[in-house]
Every structure is written in structure tokens, then in C-alpha cells.
Design a protein around this ligand. Structure first.
Ligand code: NAD
Ligand code: MG
Length: 388
């Protein structure tokens, strides 16, 4: 029974998730009000968004372009700039903050939103994975809540809700499209190009997550994400490849019954679910034409060819700062691949080498998390030098 529109802030409004979230706002103008927007450095798009949605606050992480932004936004708009600017979007009239930043850089938005006792619509899985112990503590702040935007986790959230609170979960089954290289073998993937790895069969997303999808590291990160979000234990999480991307994930209960969430692959559905929760959005983004669906296929993942997936399970079992190491090494390796510095198969090699020299540390504060991330990046850079 929300009185008036729900007030939202979007960190990372210029990216794939951010722009799709604004699409959701366009289709529910009376339901959602944008009170703050922020991006890294895309001033042109941010200015267009500020003119269209008229948020009282806009933020830019890259302060070198702040003057230009100030000059071009509508009069009266407050402009915040610098490394803390996006996290400060939680300190506005927003009830829900959508974290649509890519990578570890989203940590500040996640922590600040939760510590302020607000609802976090979380697309930025990397912050939850790398900062897990600190994020979990912030999540216990009264009023704080995480709603997962990631389609698989949003599906699981819906399955658990449908089952009711007393249901006993036996396992969570995460579905994976398999990415552009499904069915191919390790030997045959050594020479793939950047553009082949960027050609995802079912989802159109930012470049980092698209590469993660090609290596199945995205699914590995999602295993870690599910482990943190739902607390069922790593041995109760499984991955199955489902090339049609219609079953977004499933939960199996103690009596063997499985509840799944199905819809057309469109991120605007999980985004609208998180922004409108506990109500449902009115626009049918995910509606299916069942006559056009000839089959739903499922197969086990190829753990030999897609070595990143078993590495993520390994990091989950080690726990502590190991997921932060895995995440940092992966970010370094993916950036190197996108810059043409290493081959596709070497992404998993860099992550494996970094994990092999993992230095256990306890993550008690945000500083500990930043330090573990920085140390893992140094180790991953060393692995890169050896491999390239
Ligand atoms: P993207 O690259 O399209 O957009 C990233 C956004 O973050 C941009 O607005 C950019 O300005 C901002 N940004 C980039 N670097 C930053 C930095 N250093 N500091 C602050 N802001 C920065 O990425 P995306 O595909 O929208 O993905 C965003 C997040 O959502 C990722 O964590 C991704 O894993 C997750 N996700 C995306 C999809 C999808 O369909 N795109 C699906 C599920 C989960
Ligand atoms: Mg996903």
C-alpha cells in the first residue's frame, strides 16, 4: 500500500541495466519516481536522462567531467562528483537504490544503501561476492533488504515466495544459457576472437558480464551470489545449462517438488519486480507465447572446457576472502582479454593461478575488503605477465 510513487535512485544509470530500469520507469510513470541518477563518466547520456526524468540529484564518479555536467543539467539539479558520489545516492529521498554499477567498483553503493537501512535492488553481484562478510553485516541493519535483479536470483526469490516461508529447500538449481561457446571444446576455443566472445545468444548486456557469460564465470559468480543471498549452503546449489533462457532458475523442496519461474528473457522483468516489490509491475515484459516454444532443453555444464565454474565452487568452499580473490582476478583477466592482451582460455588460467596463491585474511571492514581486492589484483597481474 505505497502512498504515491516509489522513490528510486539508480547508480550506473547509463549502462545496460540502468537504461533498462529507466525503460521500466517510462512504462510506470505513476508507480516510480526517479530521485537520483549516477554514472561513471558518460556525461552525454546522463544529461539526456536528467533532462527527461528531472531527478533532484545526479552523480558522476569521474570528477574530471563534473563541471561539464553541472553546466548542462536542468537548473536546480544538485551535481555530486568523485569516488564517493555514487554511494551517496543512498543519501537522498530514495527508498530503493538500484545498484547497476559493473564490477567491484559497486561495493560502496551496496554497503552505504544497506547501512542506511534501505532497500537495495542488486544487479551488481560483484560487491556482494567480494565483500560478503561486510555486506552481510550491513544487511542486518533494521530496514535493510536485498532484492536480487540478477534474473536467476530474482527467479529463486519468486520461487521461495511462492512456496511460503515454512517450505524446506532441498536444492537451488541455477540455469545457464551456456553462452556463445556452448557445445564447443577447450581445444577448439583457444583462438576465439573478442567479438565472438561478445556475441551472446540470448541476452544483450554490458561487455564485462558478456565475457563472463562466455567463460561461465558469470554462472560461477552467480553460485557465489546465491550462496550469500539464500544461505542454503554451497552443496545445495547446482547449475544446469538451459539454452532457451526461459526457465530462469528453480528450487527443489524436501518432497521432491520443483518450483520454477519462466518468462521471456528480458531483464526489465526482474528490474520491475525489484522496484515494485511487494507488488507486481503492470507491464508484461516477460509474457510468453507458448505456441512459439517448441522445446525446453537441459544439460549438464562442461566443467573441463569452462574451468571458471569449478573455480567458483572452489572459492565458495574455501570461503572468507577467496571469493574476493576470484572476483578480482577475473576482473583483471577479463579487462586483459578485452584489451587483446590474453586469449580467451587464459582467463581461467589467470584466475586459477591467483587462487593457487590465495592469502587468507579475515574481512572485518570495508578496508579489509579493499585490501584483499587490491592484493589479488597484484597477484593476477603477475599471472598475466607470466602467461602473455
Ligand atoms: P554496463 O557496463 O552496461 O554498465 C555499467 C554502469 O556502471 C554504467 O552506468 C557505468 O557508468 C557504471 N560504471 C562503470 N564503471 C564504473 C566505476 N568504476 N565506478 C562507478 N560506476 C561505474 O554493465 P551492465 O551490463 O549494466 O551490468 C551492471 C551490473 O549488473 C553488473 O554487475 C552485471 O553483472 C549485472 N547484471 C547485468 C545484467 C545485464 O543484462 N546487463 C544481467 C544480470 C546482472
Ligand atoms: Mg544472471
Amino acid at each position: 500500500m505505497a502512498a504515491g510513487p516509489r522513490r528510486i535512485a539508480i547508480a550506473g544509470s547509463t549502462g545496460s541495466i540502468g537504461t533498462q530500469a529507466l525503460d521500466v520507469v517510462r512504462t510506470s510513470p505513476s508507480g516510480l519516481e526517479v530521485v537520483a541518477l549516477g554514472a561513471f563518466s558518460s556525461v552525454d547520456l546522463l544529461v539526456d536522462q536528467a533532462r527527461e526524468f528531472r531527478p533532484p540529484v545526479v552523480a558522476l564518479a569521474d570528477s574530471s567531467r563534473a563541471a561539464e555536467l553541472r553546466e548542462r543539467v536542468p537548473e536546480g539539479t544538485e551535481v555530486r562528483a568523485g569516488p564517493e558520489a555514487l554511494a551517496s545516492l543512498a543519501e537522498t529521498g530514495a527508498e530503493t537504490v538500484l545498484n547497476a554499477v559493473v564490477g567491484f567498483a559497486g561495493l560502496g553503493v551496496t554497503i552505504r544503501t544497506l547501512e542506511l537501512g534501505k532497500r537495495l535492488a542488486l544487479a551488481n553481484k560483484e560487491s556482494l561476492i567480494a565483500g560478503a562478510p561486510v555486506v552481510q553485516r550491513a544487511r542486518r541493519t533494521p530496514g535493510a533488504e536485498i532484492l536480487p535483479v540478477d534474473s536467476e536470483h530474482c527467479a529463486i526469490h519468486q520461487c521461495l515466495r511462492a512456496a511460503g516461508s515454512a517450505a524446506s529447500v532441498r536444492r537451488i538449481v541455477l540455469t545457464a544459457s551456456g553462452g556463445p561457446f556452448r557445445g564447443r571444446k577447450a581445444e577448439d576455443l583457444r583462438e576465439v576472437t573478442i567479438s565472438e566472445a561478445l556475441a551472446h545468444p540470448t541476452w544483450s548486456m554490458g561487455p564485462k558480464i558478456t565475457i563472463d557469460s562466455s567463460t561461465l564465470m558469470n554462472k560461477g559468480l552467480e553460485v557465489l551470489e546465491a550462496n550469500e543471498l539464500f544461505g542454503v549452503g554451497i552443496d545445495s546449489i547446482e547449475v544446469v545449462v538451459h539454452p532457451q533462457s526461459i526457465v530462469h532458475s528453480m528450487v527443489e523442496f524436501s518432497d521432491g517438488a520443483t518450483i520454477a519461474q519462466l518468462s521471456h528473457p528480458d531483464m526489465r522483468l526482474p528490474i520491475s519486480y525489484c522496484l515494485m516489490y511487494p507488488d507486481r509491475g503492470e507491464h508484461p515484459y516477460g509474457a510468453m507465447d507458448w505456441a512459439a516454444v517448441s522445446s525446453l532443453e537441459f544439460e549438464p555444464p562442461d566443467l573441463h572446457t569452462f574451468g571458471c565454474l569449478p573455480l567458483a565452487f572452489e572459492a565458495a568452499r574455501v570461503g572468507g576472502a577467496a571469493p574476493a580473490w576470484l572476483n578480482a582476478a577475473n576482473e583483471v583477466a577479463v579487462a586483459a582479454f578485452l584489451a587483446g592482451g590474453i586469449g580467451w582460455s587464459q582467463i581461467a588460467d589467470v584466475v586459477a593461478e591467483a587462487l593457487a596463491v590465495f592469502e587468507p585474511v579475515e574481512l572485518r571492514s570495508i578496508e579489509d575488503v579493499l585490501e584483499a581486492d587490491a592484493r589479488a589484483r597484484v597477484v593476477a597481474e603477475e599471472a598475466l605477465t607470466r602467461l602473455s
